[in-house]
Design a binder for this molecule. Structure first.
Ligand code: SF4
Ligand SMILES: [Zn+2]
Length: 355
């Protein structure tokens, strides 16, 4: 059975559990503290639009860590629905929206894919945002949709800073396309960087920390190399995403067999320190969703350093200060022996391997 066939079957089983939700409301929206491209701090409004979902996930079973399709709508979402989702959220937050703010429009897929967001809706949303006069706009998209045509449709409507979050995940082709099943070539990624630059649109590189089938040590090295390469070819920022075990994914299946362990927080600290010290001017962030839980990145789960380190990741993201990353704990020794022990093994270890 091919990988695509296997992943698609896994996906289809889970998709039956999706529930129909009101198509006129987004999946979620919230306001938070954030850091802008120029490293100043302000607020951002995030809107997760409810769409049909990621086409790559329908066609190929999708990426091995991703369960976004579970949030997508099992019923048709019309242009009208999408406009309502956006308008309602803006109306609700109108009082707090100002010119030192960013609006982040995510879809749990690709905002620039007309399969999810028809072009008329995209332009309607951009024009409304332009009239609000915010400082920055962020969207997310797979690399193949960062085309000249799409960049033109952005620049025709938006004069502010624009950033596209692109899942680079890893610059190692085998890790990206076999471990992660991303289905994006190195050429397409490089092209996306080149084209976005021509239109003065930034690329926020999402990097997955610890995909399947590699050891903890290999994961550390891969994330460092990937970040360095993204910075070298000119991303506007790096956003590290420590892997979390989501329902219905291949990662979950293998995690349940105790052949996968989400990354240690020590590994993430190491990656952040290394990349920041090599690139002091680069904007480097770390996502903390899922961090310090059994299914997310964690150290010894019973040790109290977990919450503290999660807070350190948030502080580092906002301040960009490398000294924030200096932290120590007794349980660091367990991480060091895990790294050592796993390298002597022939397959990556699960969570309970040292018990
Ligand atoms: S990670 Fe992105 S491209 Fe991959 S399946 Fe999820 S939404 Fe689609
Ligand atoms: Zn500890």
């Amino acid at each position: 059975m091919s990988m695509t066939h296997y992943l698609k079957n896994l996906r289809v089983k889970n998709l039956k559990k999706r529930k129909e939700k009101n198509p006129d409301y987004p999946i979620a929206s919230w306001i938070q503290d954030d850091i802008f491209q120029d490293k100043t701090i302000g607020k951002s409004l995030t809107i997760i639009l409810r769409t049909k979902g990621c086409k790559w996930a329908y066609d190929s079973g999708g990426c091995t860590m991703c369960s976004y399709l579970m949030d997508a709508s099992p019923v048709e979402i019309t242009s009208e629905n999408l406009k309502n989702q956006f308008d309602r959220t803006i109306e609700k937050n109108l009082e707090v929206i100002n010119n030192n703010m960013s609006i982040k429009l995510f879809t749990s897929g690709s905002f620039l894919d007309p399969f999810e967001i028809p072009i008329d809706v995209r332009e309607y949303i951009f024009q409304k945002i332009e009239s609000l006069g915010v400082k920055e706009v962020a969207i997310e998209s797979r690399a193949e949709f960062v085309t000249s045509e799409n960049m033109e449709s952005i620049r025709k409507n938006l004069s502010c800073n624009v950033e596209i979050g692109v899942g680079i995940e890893s610059f190692n082709d085998t890790i990206r396309n076999v471990s992660i099943n991303k289905g994006v070539s190195r050429e397409v990624i490089k092209q996306a960087f080149k084209i976005s630059k021509e239109y003065n649109v930034g690329i926020k590189s999402y990097i997955l920390i610890k995909p399947l089938f590699i050891t903890e040590k290999e994961a550390i090295l891969d994330s460092i190399n990937t970040a360095n390469e993204c910075i070298e070819i000119g991303c506007s920022r790096i956003s590290f995403c420590p892997a979390t075990v989501h329902t219905g994914t291949l990662i979950e299946l293998i995690w349940k067999k105790n052949q996968y362990r989400p990354p240690f927080l020590w590994s993430i600290l190491e990656i952040l320190k290394e990349v920041k010290s090599q690139n002091p001017d680069a904007l480097i962030m770390c996502d903390t969703s899922g961090v310090n839980s059994k299914r997310g990145a964690h150290n010894n789960i019973t040790c109290e350093c977990g919450e503290k380190i999660k807070e350190i990741f948030n502080e580092f993201t906002l301040t960009q200060k490398i000294e924030k990353l200096d932290v120590d704990c007794e349980c660091k020794k367990q991480w060091l022996s895990y790294l050592d022990y796993e390298q002597k093994n022939i397959v990556p270890l699960g969570d309970e391997s040292l018990l």
